[in-house]
Design a protein around this ligand. Structure first.
Ligand SMILES: [Fe+2]
Length: 295
């Protein structure tokens, strides 16, 4: 059995070393939002508690599916990396992709700052150049194909797009023999189906991704973004269904069905158990919230 841990939407706050000139344009709006609203909605102490719980829970690999920061500051990503390091898994056994909050402004996408900070967690077994994304990592019986759906939207929209080049390469990686021989997990930040309107917070080319998956198949699609547990299915080849699982935010404050949480997938052949661990406000600790078998 392979235990895959899935954490998403950490939204780590840290302004250490940020300069005033970092806060023009979209970041200014984001920073005000961060000070006024997000400070109460996303709790760093809950994230610490989650880290402790996960550290004690056996897992073979950790996937972090984006939104490590809020306004794409280096300080946020360094603090997120330090959180990951405290979990104690090796870089080999940890995979990180960006979310829309990690591509908040064009300049960080151009500089590749996120990819530099998380380079050890993106070391690929298969990567189709020249794009950085998608990349594939092969771990035991599991293959992770990791795409980046975030784009610097230039407006306040939180929509995403994979684009033609990534879609083509996702298909090629999912079809590669060394990937196909394993349990294939596609990881992206935005849901590949629309759970929550409006359109300006969703994946624009989700129909094209669905077409790719219908042709090439996958065993599981993981995402974040909506800050709640979500489940859907997409059509695979030969009438097979592909489970699509969205994880809730790792630091969100709310009722237990949405509060700070993470998933573990116990993968055993074509079937797996999905176990969600959530922060329990009564005890301040994490507990098993839900378990379901998917086959
Ligand atoms: Fe998020």
């Amino acid at each position: 059995m392979f235990r895959l841990a899935h954490v998403t939407d950490l939204h780590v706050r840290s302004f250490a070393g940020a300069r005033l000139r970092d806060f023009f344009g979209k970041r200014a709006v984001g920073a005000i939002n961060l000070g006024l609203i997000r400070r109460r909605k996303y709790r760093m102490d809950f994230l610490e508690e989650l880290g402790k719980d996960l550290r004690a829970r056996p897992h073979d690999h950790l996937v972090v599916s984006g939104d490590l920061g809020n306004v794409s500051l280096l300080s946020e990503w360094r603090a997120a990396r330090s959180w990951i390091e405290r979990i104690g898994a090796s870089a080999e056994n940890t995979t990180v992709i960006p979310g829309n909050h990690d591509v908040y402004v064009e300049e960080v996408v151009v500089s590749g700052a996120f990819e530099q900070i998380f380079a050890a967690y993106q070391r690929a077994d298969a990567r189709l150049q020249p794009n950085t994304y998608p990349f594939a990592r092969l771990r035991g019986e599991v293959a992770l194909v990791c795409a980046s759906s975030g784009v610097p939207t230039g407006d306040l929209g939180a929509w995403g797009r994979l684009g033609e080049a990534q879609l083509r390469q996702v298909e090629a990686l999912l079809a590669a023999p060394e990937v196909r021989a394993r349990f294939r997990v596609l990881v992206l930040h935005h849901p590949p189906v629309m759970h929550r309107p409006p359109e300006n917070r969703n994946l624009r080319d989700r129909a094209q991704l669905a077409e790719v998956l219908a042709r090439v198949g996958a065993d599981l699609v993981l995402h974040g973004h909506d800050h709640r547990d979500e489940f859907a299915e997409l059509a695979g080849p030969d009438g097979r269904r592909i489970p699509v699982v969205g994880g809730g935010s790792a630091s969100y404050v709310g009722p237990v069905e949405r509060c700070s949480r993470y998933n573990i997938y116990e993968i055993d052949g074509p079937r797996f158990d999905l176990i969600t661990y959530a922060h329990d406000s009564a005890t301040g600790a994490f507990r098993e919230f839900r378990r379901r078998t998917i086959s």
